[in-house]
Design a protein. Structure first.
Length: 422
């Protein structure tokens, strides 16, 4: 248990919520692919004394005094991120992945410019141009989709034709619910043919790229990458923007982040980013990244054997998107609630061209970053997949659900959340 003694004395309500969340995480299986467990070192940095310090500006160019140690820790984060991703310029100040994307747009575009990104219903992200976001009031978004949802194949010929017609200033790769890998060389070639920037939002797979088990878009001609620092990278919740080798782009991005979008950076979070990047530079992180993929494949095998439809036919990454409504006649919302009741946390998710609404869609999205952090191997992940299916197919059998919940607790006891990563 963590030391919450000061909170316990001062604020009993918050203390109770902290203990409740600790119990939930300890006794349950976390399958939301955008969540993970961080080390105690990352958590200590994130709750450190750096939270007291206002550090508007950048290392060596701050607006307030007393920046000796903040400059050290921000430069550490920058240098480590450069090593991880092969970037020449890095901005570690964005408070979130959404902020990173917004700052990137304003750095590279003028109002009214066009962005070509992946359709949300085919795996894209809200910040890639969903109509509910304010970004669509400023920029024009056009979308590409999968040519075949059963394989995940992207229609690159159509992407090129669309780009030639609309002349976007950015072609945006990246996704939040797409289980395959993109052809970065083709995307970069199309972007540069029409005079656009090739940008990758690698938030979901940053750790897999850093671990060397998925391709690095910078190796294929991409100009910029944005990311969160949690998810597969296993750091604090925050954002980051990386530029391959263009100093003019990097200058525009720095100005867009501050003073364009944000005020003072969260120095405690930047310190935690530095710790996280240091952990990701260790050889053991490559092993971790490889196991994420192995574990996802183990779950895919079970779902395939049970004839449960998976979008794109399975996975090449850390996540699976399953059509539970079509396969098991249970909605995504019902599945999320049922699985939550037995100690398995995941999220409801729309599938490509879903006939159901976003709040009660046809699919569920789940992945292996967090359970891999706990030490689950392919055997345990296959068993979790079986328990998921058992829960959904025996949803009226309370005795069976209680048995499943008991087994989930036993699995979690056997694989406690680690405090550090060796």
């Amino acid at each position: 248990m963590n030391d919450y003694s000061h909170i316990q004395k001062q604020d009993e309500e918050v203390f109770a919520s902290l203990l409740g969340e600790e119990t939930r995480e300890r006794e349950g299986i976390e399958l939301i692919p955008s969540e993970n467990y961080v080390s105690k070192a990352v958590r200590e940095a994130n709750s450190s004394i750096f939270t007291n310090k206002y550090s508007e500006g950048y290392p060596g160019k701050r607006y307030y005094g007393g920046q000796f140690y903040t400059d050290i820790v921000e430069n550490l984060a920058i240098d480590r991120a450069k090593q991880l991703f092969g970037a020449q310029f890095v901005n570690v100040q964005p408070h979130s992945g959404a902020n990173a994307n917004i700052a990137m747009y304003f750095a590279l575009l003028e109002p009214g410019d066009t962005i070509l990104g992946m359709d949300l219903s085919h795996g894209g992200h809200l910040t890639h141009g969903h109509p509910v976001t304010y970004l669509t009031k400023i920029f024009k978004f056009i979308r590409y989709k999968m040519k075949d949802v059963e394989t995940g194949e992207i229609d690159y010929d159509e992407m090129r034709a669309t780009a030639l017609e609309h002349k976007p200033k950015i072609i945006l790769a990246g996704y939040s619910a797409y289980p395959r890998e993109l052809d970065y060389a083709k995307i970069a070639a199309i972007a540069h043919e029409v005079g656009a920037y090739a940008v990758m939002d690698m938030a979901h797979i940053a750790g897999l790229i850093a671990g060397g088990v998925m391709k690095n878009p910078f190796d294929y001609g991409f100009d910029v990458m944005t990311t969160t620092t949690h998810k597969t990278l296993r750091g604090p919740r925050g954002g980051m923007i990386l530029t391959y080798n263009n100093p003019e782009i990097a200058k525009k991005i720095d100005k867009s982040v501050f003073p364009g979008l944000q005020g003072g950076p969260l120095m405690n979070t930047i310190a935690a980013k530095a710790v996280c990047f240091g952990e990701a530079l260790k050889p053991s992180f490559k092993t971790y990244a490889a196991r994420i993929l192995e574990n996802a494949k183990a779950m895919e095998t079970v779902f395939k054997a049970k004839n449960i439809r998976m979008l794109t036919g399975g996975t090449s990454s850390h996540l699976i998107l399953a059509d539970v409504f079509g396969s098991l006649q249970v909605t995504g919302k019902e599945a999320e609630n049922l699985l939550d009741s037995v100690g398995i946390t995941l999220n409801k998710n729309a599938i490509a061209d879903d006939v159901r609404g976003p709040m009660d869609p046809s699919g569920i999205r789940f992945g292996t970053p967090a359970i891999t952090t706990r030490g689950f191997g392919t055997k345990e992940c296959a068993r979790v997949a079986e328990l998921m299916i058992d829960t959904l197919t025996n949803r009226e059998d309370k005795t069976k659900l209680e048995e499943i919940h008991s087994e989930i607790k036993s699995l979690c006891e056997a694989f406690p959340i680690p405090d550090s990563f060796t």
